[in-house]
Design a protein around this ligand. Structure first.
Ligand code: 5GP
Length: 210
């Protein structure tokens, strides 16, 4: 059983282009949340700050961390390795800080299966439509048509994992989406009533996958 003064873990996952990173930043600004900084073997993007956005490491260092069993979870995503080290997460939770994870479905599954002694709330963020996802991906740093097509194909596979999350939230409008997540987190922490329509989500997923 989690102790009442322990922090909670909140995972946000989504297919690429659903706006998850912006949501993670919004939540961490306004709530008592610390973002878990992942390790990755991918190259930094121009706007990224090492040790803030990610700990950028090479393959050998990543393998060393695996061997030393330092990861709470790790996975290969788009040909690179990503992982969350255990110690900083547990330190924060035991100090009463909430921890926010921006990780994919593989990592979310692994953390769920660990059944840690901390409350865990998982969210899967979806785009309002495939058309809007396509537009968002095309407007991003990835002007390359092939990359956009690859991400659209990946979307078809990733979306199937919605079923393993506590809540699925549609990012039609950033502020609305943020407020829905915030209210669900508050309801979970305070055992309040939850405004959540699973049937609506099921129909939305059906639309996205047909
Ligand atoms: P990006 O390279 O665009 O920053 O991230 C690619 C994907 O990797 C995103 O879906 C992101 O959520 C996921 N990711 C980032 N860090 C981790 C991590 O530590 N573990 C796992 N499993 N996925 C991660």
């Amino acid at each position: 059983m989690p102790a009442s003064n322990d922090g909670v873990m909140v995972i946000l996952s989504s297919p690429s282009g659903a706006g998850k990173t912006t949501l993670v930043n919004l939540i961490s600004e306004k709530e008592n949340f610390k973002i878990s900084i992942s390790h990755t073997t991918r190259q930094p993007r121009v706007n990224e700050i090492p040790d803030k956005d990610y700990f950028f490491v090479n393959d050998d260092e990543f393998k060393r961390l695996i061997k030393n069993q330092e990861f709470l979870e790790y996975a290969k995503v788009f040909n690179n390795y990503y992982g969350t080290t255990r110690t900083p997460v547990i330190e924060k939770l035991s100090k009463g800080q909430n921890v926010l994870f921006d990780i994919d479905w593989q990592g979310a599954d692994q953390i769920k299966n660990k059944n840690l002694d901390y409350k865990l709330i998982t969210f899967f963020i979806l785009p309002p439509s495939k058309k809007i996802l396509f537009q968002r991906l095309s407007n991003r740093d990835m002007k390359d048509k092939l990359i956009v097509e690859e991400r659209m194909k990946q979307f078809e596979r990733d979306v199937l994992h919605w079923i393993n999350y506590d809540y699925v939230v549609i990012n039609d409008n950033l502020q609305d989406c943020y407020r829905r997540i915030q209210s669900l987190i508050n309801a979970e922490i305070n055992n309040g009533s939850k405004d959540y329509d699973l049937e609506y989500i099921r129909k939305h997923v059906e639309k996205l996958t047909t």
